[in-house]
Design a protein around this ligand. Structure first.
Ligand code: R5P
Length: 293
């Protein structure tokens, strides 16, 4: 029998996944000791079960809670341990940018692989990080549910905030027959940099700027202000992983966002898109992958 373990701050998504898998949900008691150390205890007997641990890793204490929960599954006799990590932290440091740095993505991958048999994650910041896992990992895209949301909002143009984010904007736009482009940085003077769409004229259009992460909201706010100056009719700020640090959401509203939304990889009031279906699909694929442990 499959048991879905609802990790800290990820319970709603875990319940959605369990419903689709027709599985039982078990909670996790989690607390932080006065010295800052984490504690977890699975509130069910996992002995002999296939378990799906759903635990996101923002804010940072949740990464430790994920590692402890995976270990609790193993120590208590779970048969197979699938780690569903909707937002995978430390995925940006996938190389040594400067001498003396650590390869953080590899460290995290190795710690997860100590107890999990396989991993499903959503839109990892760098797909290359899959190479650091010595267990099967599926990095699934949220483009379908995000595209459904943009269709609902009648978005005409999907813009990536930079060239690197263009593949996501293009894939989502093509699903709904919208135009796509990316914002190019142009240095106007020594202290003024403009971000304008590389090819498209957005005047009078309904636009979504789509990024993988909204963290402090700085990147998105800058892009929003510029697009409003360029005459876009409505601008929506969308992302897969909404960290919304500090006053990020207010910053976006002040910059003129008609709407701000994220998927539910990290719970927040801006969750408008569910990744439950794509996760369940990936879990099913994994189960049928020959050679998967
Ligand atoms: C950067 O590589 C990411 O794709 C996002 O553009 C970035 O994390 C956004 O950060 P912030 O919201 O702090 O500008």
């Amino acid at each position: 029998m499959v048991l879905v373990i609802a990790g800290d701050g990820t319970a709603k998504l875990a319940h959605e996944i369990a419903k689709r898998l027709q599985a039982t949900v078990a909670g996790v008691e989690a607390k932080t000791f006065p010295d800052g150390e984490e504690y977890v205890r699975i509130e069910a007997d996992v002995q002999g079960h296939d378990v799906v641990v759903v635990q996101t890793t923002y804010p940072p204490p949740r990464l430790m809670r994920l590692l402890l929960t995976l270990n609790a599954c193993k120590e208590n006799g779970a048969r197979r341990i699938h780690a569903v990590i909707p937002y995978l932290a430390y995925a940006r440091q996938d190389r040594l940018f400067k001498p003396g740095e650590s390869l953080s993505s590899r460290v995290v991958a190795e710690m997860i692989a100590l107890n999990a048999h396989d991993v499903v994650t959503i839109d990892a910041h760098k797909d290359d990080i899959r190479a650091f896992f010595r267990i099967p990992i599926t990095n699934v895209s949220a483009e379908k549910p995000v595209a459904d949301e943009l269709k609902r909002q009648r978005i005409e143009v999907v813009l990536a905030p930079d060239a690197g984010a263009m593949p996501r904007a293009r894939a989502v736009a093509q699903r709904i027959g919208a135009q796509f482009d990316y914002l190019e940085k142009k240095r106007i003077s020594s202290d003024v940099v403009e971000m304008t769409p590389k090819n498209l004229d957005v005047r009078g259009k309904s636009v979504c700027i789509l990024d993988d992460i909204i963290s402090t909201g700085g990147t998105m706010a800058k892009a929003l202000e510029q697009l409003k100056r360029n005459g876009a009719r409505d601008v929506v700020a969308g992302c897969v992983h909404g960290l919304f640090i500090g006053d990020a959401a207010d910053k976006l509203k002040r910059a003129g966002a008609k709407d701000v939304f994220s998927t539910n990889t990290i719970e927040s009031p801006f969750n408008r898109v569910s990744v439950a279906d794509v996760i369940v699909h990936a879990l099913a694929l994994k189960a049928s992958t020959p050679g998967a442990r």
